[in-house]
Design a protein around this ligand. Structure first.
Ligand code: ADP
Length: 451
C-alpha cells in the first residue's frame, strides 16, 4: 500500500481523502494556493506545499506544480478528489510518467468517458441503454435537421466536450433547429475549445438517477446502488438521496447489474458513477464520471462501504475483497449541499465565518473544511458543507434532516440552509414526486408567494 499520498484538491473533499489515508496509516501531503494557507486541509495534513496564487488555473490546476510537490515530498500517489484535475487524462498520464500512482481509473478510460460521443459509443457497446440520437458528431445544419426529423422533436443539441450544463440547446421543432445548433456549437467552442456537437431526444420529465461503481484491477466490479440527484438548479445538484423514491428493489438490482456488467466488459477499474435519465420506467445513459463524487457519502451511509478507502486500496493494487452479494442496502440517506449563497438569489457571499456549530447525534454526518473565524475565499466553489443524514426509513431520514438543519449554526455568511428547510417541508418533495425540473418550478412558486 502507499506510504504517502498527495491530495490535489481543497475543501471538504481534501479532508475526506486525508481522513481515509489517516485511518489506513498513510501519510498525507496537502497542496494549497496562497489564499488557502489557513485552510483546514492544510492544518490536518502531515505536510503542505504552496503551489501558487489564488486563481485555480495557477494553483489547483497547475499540473507541473502539483507533480513537483509530489516529487519533492516523496509522495507515491496523487488523489485528485473531484473537479479540478480529477477528470484530466493528460494529468493522469503525466503523474504516471513520473512513477507516481494516479488514484483513479486509467487515463484511457478517463479520456473515453470525457468525450460524450466516445462515451456514448462505449455505453452502447457495453450494453447500457442510451437516449436515441445521432450516431456520433453532427457537422452541418442540414444533418441536424435530418436527425431532428428522424428522432422526433423535441431534441437537444449537446457539446461532445460538455460539462457543467454548458453547450446544450433544446430545439422543439425544425424552425428552432438552426439557432439551437449554432448556439450550442458556439458555446461549445468558447467553453471547451471544441465545437463538436451531437443530437439526442430531449426527455421532458426525467429523473436523474446514477449508479455508483467500484472495481479493482482484476475484473471485480460491484455496484453500490443508486442516488437520485433530480433536485438541480442550473444543472447543479442541490440535494441527493439514496435510494431513489422512484425505484423498487427489483429495478435497483436490474439497473445495478446492467451497470456493473457494462463496466466489467469495458475493463473499468476504480470508482465511477454512471449517470442516467429515468423516465416512464426506463433508464437512458447520460454520462459517466470517472472520479469520486460530491454525493458519495449517501451511498456510504446506506451500504456501509468506505468508498474513498476502497478507492485508495484498489489503486494500490489490492483486491476488492467482496462481491455483489456482500452489499446490503440499509435504510435511506439524504445529503444537502450547503453553499455560501443567498438562499433566494443564489448570489455567492463569501466572507468571514463567525460562530460555526455543526449538528450531531445518531446518523448525522457533516463533511466540511470550515471552522469559526475562517475566511471563505471568493475564488472557488461556494459549497461550505455537506450535511448527510441516515434513517431506517425515508420518513425517519427526513425528520432527522429537519432536526439537523435546525441545529446548524453558521454566522457571518449567508447560506442555503433556509432553502433546504423549505424544500424538505414541501408536500411534493415529502411524497418523493419530483423530476429534474421540480426545483426550478418550486423556486418560481416560492418567489411568487413572496411578491
Ligand atoms: P453536463 O456534463 O454538462 O452536466 P449532462 O449530459 O450530464 O451534461 O447533462 C446535464 C443535464 O442536462 C442533465 O442532468 C439533464 O438535466 C439535462 N439533459 C441532458 N441531456 C438531456 C436529454 N437528452 N433530455 C433531457 N434533459 C437532458
Amino acid at each position: 500500500m502507499f506510504e504517502k499520498v498527495l491530495i490535489a484538491n481543497r475543501g471538504e473533499i481534501a479532508l475526506r481523502v486525508h481522513r481515509a489515508c489517516r485511518e489506513m496509516g498513510i501519510k498525507t501531503v496537502a497542496v494549497h494556493s496562497t489564499v488557502d494557507a489557513n485552510a483546514m486541509h492544510v492544518k490536518l495534513a502531515d505536510e503542505a506545499v504552496c503551489i501558487g496564487p489564488a486563481p485555480a488555473k495557477d494553483s489547483y490546476l497547475n499540473k507541473a506544480a502539483i507533480i513537483s510537490a509530489a516529487l519533492i515530498t516523496g509522495a507515491d500517489a496523487i488523489h485528485p478528489g473531484y473537479g479540478f484535475l480529477s477528470e484530466n487524462a493528460d494529468f493522469a498520464e503525466m503523474v504516471e510518467a513520473h512513477g507516481i500512482t494516479f488514484i483513479g481509473p486509467s487515463p484511457k478510460m478517463i479520456r473515453m468517458m470525457g468525450d460524450k460521443v466516445t462515451a456514448k459509443k462505449a455505453a452502447i457497446e457495453s450494453g447500457l441503454p442510451v437516449i436515441p440520437g445521432s450516431d456520433g458528431e453532427v457537422k452541418t445544419v442540414e444533418d441536424a435537421l435530418m436527425w431532428g426529423e428522424k428522432i422526433g422533436y423535441p431534441v437537444i443539441v449537446k457539446a461532445a466536450a460538455g460539462g457543467g450544463g454548458k453547450g446544450m440547446k433544446v430545439a422543439h421543432n425544425a424552425a428552432e433547429m438552426a439557432e439551437a445548433f449554432s448556439l450550442a456549437k458556439n458555446e461549445a467552442k468558447s467553453s471547451f475549445a471544441n465545437d463538436m456537437v451531437y443530437i439526442e431526444k430531449y426527455l421532458q420529465t426525467p429523473r436523474h438517477i446514477e449508479i455508483q461503481i467500484l472495481g479493482d484491477n482484476y475484473g471485480n466490479v460491484v455496484h453500490l446502488g443508486e442516488r437520485d440527484c433530480s433536485l438541480q438548479r442550473n444543472h447543479q445538484k442541490v440535494l441527493e438521496e439514496s435510494p431513489s423514491p422512484a425505484l423498487n428493489p427489483e429495478q435497483r438490482k436490474e439497473i445495478g447489474m446492467i451497470a456493473a456488467n457494462a463496466m466489467k466488459k469495458l475493463g473499468y477499474s476504480n470508482v465511477g458513477t454512471i449517470e442516467f435519465l429515468y423516465e416512464n420506467g426506463r433508464f437512458y445513459f447520460l454520462e459517466m464520471n470517472t472520479r469520486v463524487q460530491v454525493e458519495h457519502p449517501i451511498t456510504e451511509a446506506v451500504t456501509g462501504v468506505d468508498i474513498v478507502r476502497d478507492q485508495i486500496r484498489v489503486s494500490g493494487g489490492a483486491v476488492l475483497g467482496y462481491t455483489q452479494d456482500d452489499i446490503k442496502f440499509n435504510g435511506c440517506a439524504i445529503e444537502c449541499r450547503i453553499n455560501a449563497e443567498n438562499s433566494e438569489t443564489f448570489i455567492p457571499c463569501p466572507g468571514r465565518i463567525g460562530q460555526w456549530h455543526v449538528p450531531g447525534g445518531l446518523d448525522v454526518r457533516v463533511d466540511s473544511g470550515m471552522y469559526a473565524g475562517y475566511q471563505v475565499p471568493p475564488n472557488y466553489d461556494s459549497m461550505v458543507a455537506k450535511l448527510i443524514v441516515h434513517g431506517r426509513t425515508r420518513n425517519g431520514a427526513l425528520m432527522r434532516l429537519r432536526r439537523a438543519l435546525e441545529e446548524f449554526v453558521i454566522e457571518g455568511i449567508q447560506t442555503t440552509i433556509p432553502l433546504h428547510q423549505r424544500i424538505i417541508s414541501d408536500p411534493e418533495f415529502i411524497d418523493g414526486q419530483y423530476n429534474i425540473h421540480w426545483l426550478e418550478h418550486f423556486l418560481e412558486r416560492m418567489h411568487k408567494e413572496e411578491s
